[in-house]
Design a protein around this ligand. Structure first.
Ligand SMILES: Cc1ncc(COP(=O)(O)O)c(C=O)c1O
Length: 407
């Protein structure tokens, strides 16, 4: 109890007894005090089919008993091979390189792009462009292509400079640009900002592969915004795509960097040429995680998960009308089941050592809903397997709190 250190958490004053989860059942988390909570943020956008889905649990248990782990540095395993095939078919890309977390998939994408340009004789292409307010993870490369000052300000010593995409009309023409990286449709970590479709237009029109287009679907992938992948709606054709979070249905850490044949083939050569991709993690392509991902994809088919998600999204649209126009609500931003209710803190008579939004999130916890603010916004990113009643209950609880504290 005295030794754990939690991410993005001020540990002073942190009440570990009040925030320890001991069980997950469907879309419910149970804390150490026995309190049951709707997992309204899908455990930071990972959970898809609910916690402990029997089909995924069975696949995990089976795979653990057959082959728990074997390195993929110079060796494959059957679940990883099958999953790579499935992901290639789903995304239309050709090769899948596995890692463990989203940020690692982004690091791989950046390194793949850099080495690719060296492989094809354009070593000058070493720079990366990114969107304003981008977020791509907390490792050095991920932070460098991100644009959220608060997350980066202490770490400038290990960051490289990146080029802003918006407002710089010819950035895509630069002959030193290796790639541009984007989040499709929604910038989630920045506050669930829905991006105007025209922003992506030049990326659709660009000559394929120059610079490379890296699409980060780590938050948006696996049905979160409606389609399996958000970039489909934008008709983008990524050269590299990053997947993570929901890839295992939210059960185990796994991520993938998918790429096209021409990039992959540029890495082929004699061993002595040293063209292989110089990157790898101990648990890359872990067989249990890959088996969980395969089982999750099966559940998508068996339970028509995407269709259920679309129905939920329509229900949410209607439900959130009760909040639009409220004195304490600045705006509601939503893409499918990724939603942020942005509050006007000055209109709420609520004090909390962190912020008004944290006060609201804590009050939601008391009412049985686990959420976390993004700035002044309350997030609602429910598992795709949620029931409409869960969403009704969430919105009612939030309305009660706003009623109680509005000026
Ligand atoms: C778009 C995007 N990319 C990358 C990441 C980093 O993923 P991870 O937290 O698994 O490292 C996130 C996490 O929120 C994300 O939203």
């Amino acid at each position: 109890m005295d030794h754990i250190w939690l991410p993005f958490t001020q540990m002073r004053g942190f009440d570990i007894d009040a925030r320890t989860f001991v069980r997950g059942e469907g879309c419910t988390l149970v804390d150490a005090r026995g309190k049951r909570l709707f997992d309204a943020i899908s455990s930071v956008w990972t959970t898809i089919h609910g916690h402990g889905h029997p089909h995924i649990v069975k696949a995990i248990a089976h795979q653990a008993s057959v082959l728990d782990h074997a390195t993929t540095l110079g060796a494959a395993n059957l679940p990883a091979i099958t999953l790579a095939d499935k992901l290639a078919k789903l995304t239309g890309l050709d090769r899948a390189f596995f890692s463990s977390d989203g940020a690692s998939a982004v690091e791989v994408a950046l390194k793949m792009a850099l080495q690719y340009w060296q492989n094809v004789g354009e070593p000058r292409r070493q720079r990366f462009a990114r969107l304003t307010n981008a977020y791509h993870g907390d490792t050095a490369g991920g932070m460098s292509v991100s644009d959220i000052a608060l997350f980066k300000e202490h770490f400038s010593a290990v960051l490289f400079e990146t080029l802003p995409y918006e407002g710089a009309s010819n950035v895509l023409e630069r002959d030193d640009l290796a790639a541009i990286i984007i989040e499709p449709v929604v910038q989630a970590a920045a506050g669930m900002y829905i991006m105007p479709a025209h922003l992506y237009e030049p990326l659709r029109a660009r000559r394929t592969g120059r610079p490379l287009l890296i699409v980060d679907e780590i938050a948006t992938g696996f049905g979160r915004t409606g389609p399996m992948f958000a970039s489909t709606d934008l008709q983008l054709e990524p050269d590299i795509m990053c997947l993570g979070k929901g890839i295992t249905g939210g059960t185990l850490p796994l991520s993938a960097t998918l790429t096209r044949k021409y990039i992959y083939e540029s890495f082929l050569g004699e061993f002595s040429e040293g063209r292989q991709l110089f990157h790898g993690h101990s648990y890359a392509g872990n067989p249990i995680a890959c088996a969980a991902a395969l089982a999750s994809l099966e559940v998508f088919e068996r339970e028509n998960t995407l269709e259920h998600g679309l129905n939920l999204s329509s229900a949410l649209d209607v439900l959130l009308r009760s909040q639009r126009g409220r004195k304490s609500v600045r705006e509601i931003r939503r893409a499918g089941l990724m939603c942020a209710i942005d509050l006007k803190p000055e209109t709420l008579r609520l004090t909390h050592p962190k912020s008004v939004a944290w006060g609201v999130a804590d009050a939601m916890y008391e009412r049985g809903h686990f959420t976390r603010p993004l700035g002044n916004a309350i997030q609602l990113v429910p598992p795709l397997a949620s029931r409409a009643e869960d969403l009704v209950s969430f919105v009612n609880a939030l309305n009660e709190i706003l009623d109680a504290y509005e000026d």
